[in-house]
Design a protein around this ligand. Structure first.
Ligand code: NDP
Length: 333
């Protein structure tokens, strides 16, 4: 069996480009016991993968140059020498960016195709959904009378986090990068207000106008100047859910910004960074809630699906210019 795979050709300096990736052909050998042959179906591109392309110390191991990029994939079992899976099963796992691969059964989870479309296990019923759930419910803890602001609001995590805050009765304001995204957040996802940060002249004032009672919970997906502007509007005893900093991921130097710790101190603000895997022992609880809310229609969801395995690098790069609404995925067929 021949497979195509995409390897990291070189480590990016600043914003990655297609030059940092290379498509290669690979011969897959025969299956050993407890292994399955997989055909990739949906492949996820995620902002955290940028961190793994550098060799800086982090919570996830760096990708190796000339080795395949690895990420979340939904795949079909084509052949099995495992007692756990049979041909035709749909599984998910941390797998190479490859058209086909061989994997040990113990590293795979079966996807329940009756519960939801299989691609959802890479988004709302996968890592991004779990991230939104724990960040909002365990750290943000919004109350009905409170105002919640979410940056990166039209991405995979942000749009779920905003809806979960709405379910608590809060007043929810999203920040996103186009008028179209802002319209969708309000009309389809129930946000009370949405701010286009690309056309907003003075973000601090625009956030103040959108949040007349100040901000009680800030779910931060982007960092940088947007976050500086939200911090100006935070109330006493407010909470910052420090989830992501995508606006800084391609920086080659640590940027000098306003030093905001005095504001955090004098307003008794809680800042809590987290990685979703911190909550791995509670994934079952979150998964059950998210599945129920999706099936009831309480949680709405959207995906940007790009067709063609060879489009993976472009899809990944598109995350940094806001090409996605909701979860960005590749469908290989
Ligand atoms: P998505 O890939 O779905 O969306 C990313 C969005 O970020 C883009 O669509 C774009 O939208 C916005 N963006 C890109 N560059 C900038 C910029 N310079 N300034 C402002 N906005 C920008 O992201 P996810 O929802 O999957 O992830 C959101 C964040 O959460 C990321 O920072 C990610 O690293 C983090 N994360 C953290 C986890 C954890 O465990 N802590 C787990 C999962 C994700 P726009 O059009 O609005 O610019």
């Amino acid at each position: 069996m021949k497979s195509e795979q995409i390897v990291l050709a070189s480590r990016p300096h600043g914003l990655p480009s297609s030059e940092n990736f290379r498509v290669e052909k690979k011969d897959l050998g025969p299956l050993n016991d407890n292994e399955v042959l997989l055909k990739s179906w949906y492949i996820s591109v995620d902002p955290y993968m940028r961190g793994r392309m550098s060799n800086a110390k982090s919570y996830a191991q760096p990708f190796q140059v000339d080795q395949p990029i690895v990420g979340s994939v939904v795949a079909k079992v084509i052949e099995s020498r495992s007692k756990t899976f049979i041909e035709g099963d749909i599984v998910s796992g941390s797998l190479p960016w490859a058209t086909y691969c061989i994997e040990k059964a113990e590293n795979l989870r079966k996807v329940d195709t009756q519960a939801a479309p299989p691609s959802y296990s890479l988004g709302i019923l996968g890592m991004p959904g779990l991230t939104a759930y724990f960040g909002m419910m365990d750290i943000g803890k919004p109350k009905a009378v409170e105002t919640v602001v979410i940056s990166g609001a039209a991405g995979a995590v942000g749009m779920v986090a905003g809806q979960i805050a709405k379910m608590q009765g809060s007043y929810v304001v999203g920040i996103a990068g186009s008028d179209e995204k802002c319209k969708i957040l309000k009309e389809q996802f129930g946000f009370d207000e949405a701010i286009n940060y690309k056309t907003a002249k003075i973000m601090t004032k625009i956030i103040a106008a959108a949040c007349p009672k100040g901000v009680d919970v800030y779910y931060d997906n982007v960092g940088g100047e947007i976050t500086d502007a939200v911090i100006d509007n935070l109330n006493f005893h407010s909470r910052i859910v420090l989830c992501g900093q995508i606006s800084l991921y391609n920086n080659t130097e640590v940027p000098m910004g306003p030093r905001l710790f005095p504001k955090l101190l004098t307003r008794s603000i809680l800042v809590q960074g987290f990685i979703v895997s911190n909550y791995s022992d509670r994934f079952g609880e979150a998964f059950a809630h998210l599945t129920q809310w999706v099936n009831e229609g309480t949680l709405k969801y959207t995906e940007t699906i790009i067709h063609g395995f060879d489009k993976l690098p472009d899809a990944f790069l598109g995350l940094f210019s806001g090409k996605n609404q909701g979860k960005m995925l590749i469908e290989t067929d």
